[in-house]
Structures are given as structure tokens and as C-alpha cells.
Write a protein that binds this ligand. Structure first.
Ligand code: NA7
Length: 492
């Protein structure tokens, strides 16, 4: 039986209206493709920048570079902007590029399965609505599912208790006894803010982390006005910070060399600023800098030296109605308990059920560990792409830059479908295996396997990050390599 004819108006379903889903919409429209829908389960765009509203929230990438390359933002107030500014920026871009008319808010996708007869994906929402798509893109984000700790008695706490990504703004903070569990980027940013507001702050630090002392200067008003007036002046900032990240930390995390040594020294020097030797010992990590995601903060060590702050490294035994009891028997009485315990970065599209041709599910395909093709495709799953999917995080780089590489790659496939060159295409198993083998061979050069636990590691203990220099990601996604795909043309 001949395959169906060309899909000149390909239906494209994008799941998620965060930074990457909106970006893909903008790029599709630029390519003259308007037949796309972005499904968003929430009531607003923004993904992680919509969900996270905790005090002290900021991006750890310089904002001039944490911007869409085609839409610089003259209004950034600081080198590392606060979270609300980033969400504001994303809202403006969504409106400026007319993306709202493509977004269906409040629609949660439950099931995506390939209909072999019609050679299309069939999508079912949680309310039972069904629709078809020629191309499905999972833009569901990386840091999306809060991870709640398994601590005995957590539910018995009598005060306010919430995850950092589900901040309860009704709860007063000033002058109160606040506990924070977790010392990742979130715990560090929270501490840097709450140390100056709390009556007492107990920081439960199971594993201390290295902190890079990047300053965070304010951009003066006259400069912002100038950048507003002359748009071209924004370009050097993007270029400079892009280079800085690419040749600095972008090298340090994936290879030995002067960048890694410098980052290492900067972190150690930063820690040496903690005067009290006992406190300094508590804050000294056992692993190498950058094994976990490097934390960027100019204020953290000043914050932990505030008289109201207590860094607690004793193991948490349980939570009781009055507070947290540690293994030494001490009860740390609290009014507010914040769980800065991170996210399940390995859920990807879950809880959506995804079933490809032959009834093979994505869970089955990834039973032995996550194996994607060049961060975007999956062998045996045609016309299915990921944005910020497996191995996408390019160590401490701007995920916007990473998403831009992926968006232009996906648009190239969408064009081929629209132009009748392709009906469906999936990466071959052989190409996928070769890519994953090369990645594994490279991993020992990175800093992530130097002996720590982190959200970078997948269930097979293998980091789900990009192990090469950032420019390799751009190169690998510059153009589809057709020899690595099983391609079916229309009508064949
Ligand atoms: P992270 O970086 O995953 O940090 C989570 C923190 O929570 C980390 O310090 C964990 O300690 C701690 N944690 C988790 N569970 C527990 C329990 N049960 N008891 C004590 N401590 C616990 O999440 P973040 O939100 O800070 O940052 C995520 C990313 O967002 C970040 O990397 C940036 O890219 C932006 P552990 O180290 O496991 O001992």
C-alpha cells in the first residue's frame, strides 16, 4: 500500500509553552508555517520562570546571553537578572511575536500515540479531546517536576511547608524562624535573600556545594535608556557574554585545562572568605568544583555568616510538628519549612504516555537508560522531537542558546514535510547507538563523574548532559544528516 500523500500544511503539536515551546512557534512562523498549536497545561506561558517565584530567584547565566538571539532586552537591570524580569521578558516576546493565538492554555496532554494506518500521531488530552498531528515536539522543560524529600513526619509539620517551586506568598517571612532544606542553586539564592529577613534561618546542608563568586552589578539607568534607543547596541553584549560562557565555563566543565583550574581556584578562594574555621569546614564540599552544577552567587558566604543563620550538617532524622529533629537529637524549631530539594530532571515528557509504531512505548525504549539522538530525536519514533531533551543541558550554558539550535533543526524537518520531501523520518538505531557510544566515551573528561551525586545523573548513573564543547551542539544540529534517518517519502 502506498504511503499517504504530502502534508503540505503539516499539523504540528508543541507540548509546553515555556521558553523553548514559544521559541519554536516563533521560528515556525518565520519559516511560513502557521499550522502549529502549542498545548500548555497552565494558564500562562513561562514554564519554570512562571512556576518559580521564590525570594532571591535569579538566573545563573548573564542575562545579555540568557535572551533570544533575535530579541535582546535593553531592560535587564542586572548582569544576572531576577526571575520576575525573565518572566516579564518571556511574556513580552510571546505577545510581540503573536504567539498567544497559537497557544491553548489549560490543556493537558495525556497520551500521544502513532497511528500507523494514517501515519500520524494521535493526541489525547486529559479531558478526552482528540486531535492529530504530523509532527510532535515535546517542549515540556527540564526542571518541571518538583522533587519532594522522603523525610519521616514531613506531613506533621504544624507551620507552613512548601517546595521552593510552589512558593506560598501568603506566608509571612520577616522576623520568623525559617528552615531551608537543600543547598543547590535554589537553596543558595533563598539563603542569600532570607538571611536578611528571617528572625532565624536554619539551613539544612546535607552536601555543601562549591560557589563561584561572580559579582552581580546593576546596569545603570542611562545605559538602559541608550540600549533602548539604539537597538544595535545590544548586540555586543550578547556576543561578549556568549563568548565568555562558551570559552570559559563551557570549556571548564567538559575538559581539563586553564579554565577548569581557574574556576576551581575561584571557588576555593571564595570559600576561604568564610572566617570561622568551624563554619568553613561545614561549607567545604568533598567533591570537585563543577561535579554538581556550579552555583553562582556573590552573596551566599556573606549571608551564611549573618548571626541569625545556622548551617546544619547533621542528618535530618525526622520532621515533627514544631520543627526538624536532626540525628544528634536536637529539635530545630521552625515557623516555616522550605523544601529546596530540586526537581526530577529525568521525567522529560512524563506523565504523558508516548507510544510509537508497533506499540513500543518511550518507557520501553528507554528502559535501560535514556538514549536520544543528538538531544532531539529517538530511534524508531518518527516525526517526534524534543526540545531541552536528553543530554541537552550544555554545562552551565544558556538553555535559550541550546533551544535555538534545536528549534532551527526541527524547523528544517517541518519544512521538508511541508515541501513534500518527507512524510515521516526517525533517527536510525545505528546512528543513535553510535552517538550514545561517542558520548559515553567522552564523559570521563567532564567534571560530572568526579564523585558526587547530582541531578545531572540518570538512573544508570550516567550524566544526562552534553559532554562536549558548546559549539559542537551547534554543529551537530546545524543540518539534519539524512543518512542517519529512516525516511519515508509521501506516496511511496
Ligand atoms: P538541586 O541542585 O537538585 O539541589 C537540591 C538540594 O536539596 C541539594 O542540596 C540536595 O542535597 C538537597 N536535598 C534533596 N533531598 C534532600 C533530603 N531528603 N534531605 C536533605 N537534603 C536534601 O536543586 P535546585 O532547585 O537547587 O537547583 C536545580 C537547578 O535549577 C540548578 O542546578 C539550576 O540549574 C537551576 P544533596 O546534594 O542531594 O545531598
Amino acid at each position: 500500500m502506498a504511503a499517504p500523500g504530502p502534508r503540505t500544511t503539516p499539523e504540528i503539536a508543541i507540548v509546553g509553552a515555556g521558553m523553548s515551546g514559544v521559541l519554536l512557534g516563533i521560528r515556525l512562523r518565520e519559516a511560513g508555517i502557521e499550522s502549529f498549536t502549542i498545548y500548555e497545561k497552565g494558564e500562562e506561558i513561562g514554564g519554570t520562570w512562571r512556576d518559580n517565584t521564590y525570594p532571591g530567584l535569579a538566573c545563573d547565566i548573564p542575562s545579555r546571553f540568557y535572551s533570544y538571539s533575535f530579541a535582546p532586552n535593553p531592560e535587564w537591570t542586572r548582569l544576572y537578572s531576577p526571575g520576575p524580569e525573565i518572566q516579564d521578558y518571556l511574556l513580552k516576546i510571546t505577545d510581540r511575536y503573536g504567539m498567544r493565538e497559537h497557544i491553548r492554555f489549560g490543556i493537558e496532554i495525556a497520551d500521544v500515540r502513532f497511528d500507523e494506518q494514517r501515519e500520524r500521531w494521535q493526541i489525547t488530552t486529559t479531558s478526552g479531546e482528540r486531535t492529530d498531528a504530523d509532527l510532535v515536539v515535546c517542549a515540556t522543560g527540564l526542571l518541571h517536576h518538583p522533587r519532594y524529600p522522603q523525610i519521616e513526619g514531613l506531613e506533621t509539620f504544624a507551620g507552613a511547608c512548601f517546595h521552593s517551586a510552589r512558593w506560598d506568598h501568603e506566608v509571612p517571612l520577616d522576623g520568623r524562624r525559617i528552615g531551608i532544606i537543600g543547598t543547590g542553586s535554589t537553596g543558595v539564592q533563598l539563603t542569600s535573600d532570607l538571611a536578611y529577613r528571617a528572625g532565624r534561618l536554619d539551613l539544612f546542608a546535607r552536601t555543601p556545594q562549591w560557589v563561584f563568586p561572580a559579582p552581580n552589578p546593576e546596569y545603570p539607568r542611562p545605559l538602559r535608556a541608550l540600549l533602548q534607543r539604539f537597538a544595535g547596541l545590544n548586540r555586543p553584549g550578547y556576543w561578549f557574554w556568549g563568548r565568555f560562557m562558551k570559552y570559559g565555563i563551557g570549556r571548564a566543565v567538559v575538559e581539563e585545562g586553564p579554565q577548569r583550574r581557574l574556576a576551581d581556584r575561584m571557588c576555593r578562594w571564595n570559600l576561604s572568605r568564610v572566617k570561622d574555621p568551624e563554619l568553613r569546614a561545614k561549607l567545604t564540599p568533598q567533591d570537585q568544583p563543577m561535579c554538581k552544577r556550579m552555583i553562582v552567587s556573590p552573596r551566599y558566604y556573606d549571608a551564611v555568616q549573618q548571626p541569625c543563620v545556622d548551617v546544619i550538617t547533621e542528618r535530618i532524622e525526622r520532621v515533627e510538628p514544631q520543627g526538624v529533629r536532626t540525628a544528634d537529637g536536637v529539635l530545630h524549631e521552625l515557623d516555616v519549612l522550605v523544601l529546596a530539594t530540586g526537581f526530577d530532571a529525568h521525567a522529560y515528557i512524563k506523565p504523558i504516555e508516548l507510544t510509537g509504531p508497533g506499540g513500543r512505548t518511550l518507557d520501553e525504549a528507554w528502559a535501560d537508560g535514556v538514549r536520544a539522538y543528538r538531544t532531539v530525536g529517538v530511534a524508531g519514533f518518527p516525526n517526534l522531537f524534543f526540545m531541552l531533551g536528553p543530554h541537552s543541558p550544555v554545562g552551565n550554558q544558556s538553555l535559550i542558546r541550546v533551544a535555538e539550535d534545536q528549534a532551527s533543526y526541527i524547523v528544517q524537518w517541518a519544512r521538508r514535510i511541508r515541501d513534500g520531501e518527507v512524510l515521516r523520518a526517525a533517527p536510525t538505531q545505528e546512528a543513535t547507538d553510535a552517538y550514545n557510544d561517542a558520548m559515553r566515551a567522552q564523559m570521563p573528561q567532564t567534571a560530572w563523574l568526579s564523585g558526587c551525586q547530582s541531578w545531572y545523573l540518570g538512573k544508570d548513573g550516567f550524566p544526562e548532559l552534553w559532554p562536549w564543547r558548546p559549539e559542537r551542539h551547534e554543529e551537530m544540529l546545524a543540518e539534519p544528516d539524512l543518512s542517519e534517518f529512516d525516511v519515508v517519502a509521501p506516496g511511496r
